[in-house]
Each structure stands twice: as C-alpha cells, then as structure tokens.
Ligand binder design. Structure first.
Ligand code: HEC
Ligand code: HEC
Length: 172
C-alpha cells in the first residue's frame, strides 16, 4: 500500500467515526485514539490488583466520585484504602475524568453520558455502546475475553491508553 492510500484510508476511517459520533472538527484533528498519558503512584498500586487500570477519561467525574465514596461495596468487593489514599486517588480520577481531559475524544465520552446518569461501568456509556454494539454476544464469552470489562483482551495497548482501531485484535 502506498502512503497516500494509507492516508486516505485513515482519513475515511476518521470521517466515518466523526459521523458516527456526530461531531466533526475536533475529531478530524486527532485521528488516533490514544488517551493522554496520566499517572499516579497510589492509583497504580491500589487499582490494578484485580483488573486492568481504567483510564480516568473513560468515565465522567461524577462516576468516579460516586465509585470512590462506595469502597465498602466495590462491585461486591470491599476496598480497604486509608483516608489519605482514598482522597488522593479520588482527586486524581476526578481531575483527569472525561470532561476534563485535553483529548477531544475523551470529551465525547463525557458528552455521550446523559446528564442525570452516573454510570459506574464503562460499558454503560453511550460511547462504549456505539463502538461495541456490533460485536456478537458469543464473542464476549470467548475464554480469552470473558467480559466487556476486559478491554485489553481486544485492545492489547489499553493500559498504554491506546484504543486506536489499528491496534485491535479480537481473540478467537
Ligand atoms: C479487590 C479487587 C479490586 C480492586 C483492588 C479494585 N477493583 Fe475495581 N472492580 C473489581 C470488580 C470485582 C469489578 C467488577 C468486575 C466485573 O463485574 O466485570 C470492578 C470493576 C471496576 C470498574 C468498572 C469496570 C466496567 O466498566 O465494568 C471500574 C471503573 C473500577 N473497578 C475501578 C477501580 C478503581 C478506581 C480502583 C482503585 C480505587 C479499583 N477498581 C480497585 C474489583 C476490584
Ligand atoms: C471483544 C473485544 C473488545 C473488548 C473486550 C473491548 N473492545 Fe473496544 N473495540 C472493539 C472493536 C472491534 C472496536 C472497533 C469498533 C468500531 O468499528 O468502532 C472497538 C473500539 C473501541 C474504541 C474506539 C476506537 C477508535 O479508534 O475509535 C474505544 C475507545 C474502545 N473500543 C474502548 C474500549 C474499552 C475502554 C474497553 C473495556 C472497558 C473495550 N473497548 C473493550 C473490541 C473490543
């Protein structure tokens, strides 16, 4: 493939995504879906023990605040954090949440979440549904995937914040 066909392919992909999401200008400027790199040592220690680290821009601020104020029942698990760690992680997540992210695409995540709704699961956001609704139910149940939450099964670079379409590999 020549560089120009590659470029036009990327351009078409970007256009179709722009149409799908219903926005144009900002999206065209950032064709690759890599969320800004963010880090916090306590977040890395406390939030990666049971599942991958979910980028703060995958949910709006109110979702993180609600989640972080209910650590006694975190999806059926009890998370034991001292008050200082709880506060630090809450502020870290809140300040990099979807609507505060510099990435225009993260802002789309925020926009796609209706006011009055506070999703605690990424898969409940309209943005996630838009991109994943055409995946058959049996695909999610494949042993190498298991759940919608297991982002890195299909997005191998998810923990590097890279969800770009070119990196997607759906395990058989
Ligand atoms: C003791 C294990 C454990 C730890 C530690 C933990 N979680 Fe979880 N987390 C879970 C479980 C269990 C689920 C639900 C998984 C499922 O049903 O697929 C979950 C789900 C989530 C989800 C929803 C994912 C989705 O879209 O379905 C988010 C977001 C999340 N955790 C964030 C955090 C954050 C932030 C921290 C650190 C403060 C954290 N978790 C620490 C066990 C843990
Ligand atoms: C079964 C495999 C699978 C899993 C698991 C999965 N995805 Fe995806 N994801 C896909 C596919 C396939 C696409 C491309 C769909 C399309 O045409 O927009 C996609 C697209 C995306 C996009 C848009 C990419 C782009 O370039 O525009 C984002 C963002 C995304 N996924 C995030 C996530 C997150 C976050 C999780 C976990 C909470 C997740 N995905 C779990 C398969 C998966």
């Amino acid at each position: 493939m020549t560089l120009s066909t590659l470029k036009s392919r990327r351009f078409l992909q970007t256009i179709s995504l722009a149409l799908a999401v219903g926005i144009s200008g900002n999206l065209l400027a950032s064709p690759v879906l890599i969320l800004p790199s963010v880090d916090n040592a306590k977040w890395r220690t406390e939030c990666a023990g049971c599942h991958m680290l979910y980028h703060p821009a995958l949910l709006p601020e109110r979702s993180w605040r609600k989640m972080m104020s209910g650590l006694d029942d975190h999806f059926g698990k009890q998370l034991k954090l001292n008050a200082a760690a709880q506060k630090e992680i809450t502020e870290f997540l809140a300040s990099h949440a979807a609507e505060h992210s510099k990435s225009s695409r993260a802002k789309n995540i925020a926009k796609s979440t209706q006011a009055g709704q506070t999703p605690l699961r990424i898969e409940e956001t309209a943005f996630f549904k838009l991109h994943h609704d055409n995946i058959d139910a049996d695909v999610w149940q494949r042993p190498a995937i298991g759940s919608k939450t297991n982002c890195k099964a299909c997005h191998p670079d998810a923990e590097k914040h890279n969800f770009d379409e070119d990196t997607i590999k759906i395990p058989r």
